[in-house]
Ligand binder design. Structure first.
Ligand SMILES: [Zn+2]
Length: 177
């Protein structure tokens, strides 16, 4: 995985780029929670589910199907979140799907089962620059953890920051909030 600290960079950047009138704070918060949800499979991993199992790490919960299911479940909350149903679905879907895509750009582990439950084939993207994050807190609080964070600052937070700034600038120029 990319670390749990960095997956929310995608929904945060999208929320900043689209603006609070389209993505209210409540929806942005749901997107941040959704972006780390796929790593709930780490619990199974710790309990002995093999990595390559359909419910193993980077398996079903990292698939586009899972992202769509969770996004659909959030649609009835749209009015309470202050957003349209379509935007709620799209924002939550992208928040979760981006998790698997970022994991597929990391340097280690098995690939991501994007098409689970229809296929358990694991995929990486052709471009893999993000240092893989160790599973668990202990290994993370080491020199390797710092190198992972530096890698994520460069390859996740910097591009996301750019998207946020670009979107904000476009909104200002267009005169929308
Ligand atoms: Zn993951």
């Amino acid at each position: 995985m990319a670390s749990i600290l960095s997956h929310p960079a995608v929904p945060l950047a999208l929320a900043a780029a689209l603006g609070p009138s389209r993505v209210p704070t409540a929806l942005a918060a749901v997107g941040c929670a959704a972006s780390v949800l796929p790593d709930v499979d780490s619990l199974g991993f710790a309990a002995g589910v093999p990595y390559g199992h359909p419910f193993g790490h980077r398996g079903f919960t990292h698939s586009f199907f899972f992202a769509a299911m969770v996004a659909l479940l959030c649609v009835p909350l749209a009015r309470r979140l202050g957003a349209s149903p379509l935007l709620t679905f799209a924002f939550v879907f992208v928040s979760i799907a981006s998790h698997g895509l970022l994991d597929a750009m990391t340097t280690g582990g098995l690939g991501v089962a994007f098409w689970s439950p229809f296929s358990n084939e694991r995929f990486f993207l052709p471009w893999r620059r993000i240092l893989v994050s160790p599973i668990g807190v202990g290994p993370f609080l080491s020199g390797r953890g710092l190198r992972v964070l530096a890698s994520e600052l460069l390859w996740i937070w910097a591009p996301c920051g750019f998207v946020a700034l670009l979107g904000t600038a476009v909104r200002r120029i267009a005169g929308s909030s």
